[in-house]
Ligand binder design. Structure first.
Ligand code: MLT
Length: 409
């Protein structure tokens, strides 16, 4: 028999979202007529803007013709798409050849872990998107086993809570090779300011760390003073990799398209370009994003596509405002929902999973338990605004009833 990969055995539970699906299924088995509304996983619900879908349809049909057929593309992505990302997302601040097109940010996170290897130490915001820690554990980044707590340690958690305005106290942090930082943040919704990101870039420089900046939600930023990219901070190209995604921006969670920026200025200790190794990893583990998806991405970055993106993201942000205002009117402490489509709500006197189960029972609403994003998420629930309007209105009325009843008990 083959021995199980020990690193996988260290993972403390299943991945967060499949765990929620498991609980949802169990609930439906007991309550088959329940009409659940999901405000759990941040999965887009609105149709892809038709001009983007049409562009993919034209590419797909062309594949059935001798002239329009194409096979493997460059692993780094079609140059015209890299160029469009460079111009439209980075206003030329990052050149096209620093940009690598991919099949999703989660896949890029996993491949970045392979790039830096199992010996790299990492720091993550607590709470944070679970893929950073889980891919690190799978690579073997957790080393020390604590028999009393039956847990492994080795990954540095940077508490980001209301007490520190969701920004880590950098002076208390140990040096790590990599720092994962997501802004606007999933799950708390906090968007870091220029001053905060400048401090982070300085901290990475002083420590010789690489900052992996996850900007998957940048398209939801509405505050003109909130930075949309780490490269708005001077000198960030010497220390930072950035991840961007079409998933939430154009409804591509099923289509799959994203990108990473690995600047030429970023070097390993021995002077070797990180970009060269990233190119090697991508050419080895990946054959390039789907040519159909890439044509959709290109259409999205043309002027009419950018207008459609604005409308789509504004729709979700309106949902976010509605949810946020409802919780606030009920007296809950609420974060997020301003530059991100996530609402982070404090449920006092309950664990996150208890609050999750309570809302599932009482209002047939699926949320995401804050503790699934890290220990500092305990006591919070995350609500996603990625829903259609009818579901948001119905969810608001159910939550008002459920939470009012609770208040009166
Ligand atoms: C989330 O709900 O946190 C995200 O949608 C999950 C993902 O992007 O993989």
């Amino acid at each position: 028999m083959v021995k199980r990969n020990l690193h996988l055995a260290k993972l403390q539970s299943g991945y967060l979202f499949p765990e929620i699906t498991k609980r949802k299924k169990a609930f439906l088995e007991k309550n088959p007529s329940a009409e659940l509304i999901s405000l759990g996983i941040g999965d887009t619900t609105q149709p892809i803007p038709s001009l983007i879908a049409n562009s993919m349809a034209i590419t797909a049909e062309a594949l059935a013709t001798p002239d329009g057929y194409s096979g493997y593309g460059p692993e780094q992505g079609h140059f015209n798409l890299r160029q469009a990302i460079s111009e439209q997302v980075y206003q030329g601040k990052r050149p096209a050849d620093d940009i690598f097109v991919s099949d999703g940010s989660k896949c890029d996170i996993g491949r970045l872990q392979i790039l830096f290897g199992g010996q790299a130490s990492i720091a993550v915001q607590d709470p944070s998107y679970p893929a950073y820690v889980d891919t690190g554990v799978i690579m073997g980044q957790t080393s020390t086993y604590h028999p009393l707590s039956k847990q492994y340690s080795g990954i540095t958690y940077m508490p980001c809570t209301p007490e520190n305005s969701f920004f880590p106290s950098l002076e208390k942090l140990p040096r790590t090779d990599l720092i994962f930082f997501c802004s606007p943040n999933n799950p708390t919704g906090a968007a870091a300011t220029y001053e905060q990101l400048s401090q982070l870039v300085d901290f990475a420089k002083q420590n010789g760390s690489v900052l992996i900046f996850d900007a998957a939600y940048a398209c939801f930023i509405r505050n003109p003073n909130t930075p949309r990219s780490i490269y708005e901070i001077e000198g960030a190209e010497e220390v930072a990799i950035e991840l961007g995604s079409f998933s939430k921006m154009t409804g591509f969670t099923g289509v799959r398209l994203a990108w990473s920026v690995v600047p030429k200025e970023l070097r390993f200790e021995d002077g070797h370009l990180v970009q060269n190794d990233w190119n090697r990893i991508n050419s080895t583990f990946f054959n390039g994003a789907s040519n159909i998806a890439q044509s959709g991405g290109l259409a999205a970055l043309r002027p009419e596509g950018l207008k459609a993106i604005k409308e789509l993201t504004t729709f979700y942000m309106e949902n976010a405002t509605m949810l946020k205002e409802m919780f606030e009117a009920l007296g809950y402490i609420v974060y997020g929902g301003v530059d991100t489509p996530y609402i982070w709500v404090h449920f006092p006197n309950q664990s996150s999973w208890e609050a999750f189960e309570m809302l599932l029972e009482k209002s047939h609403i699926i949320s995401t338990p804050g503790s699934g994003f890290g220990p500092a998420g305990e006591g919070f629930l995350r609500f996603s605004a990625f829903a259609n309007r009818a579901n948001i209105i119905e969810a608001i009325s159910r939550l008002r009833r459920a939470l009012h009843k609770l208040d009166r008990v």
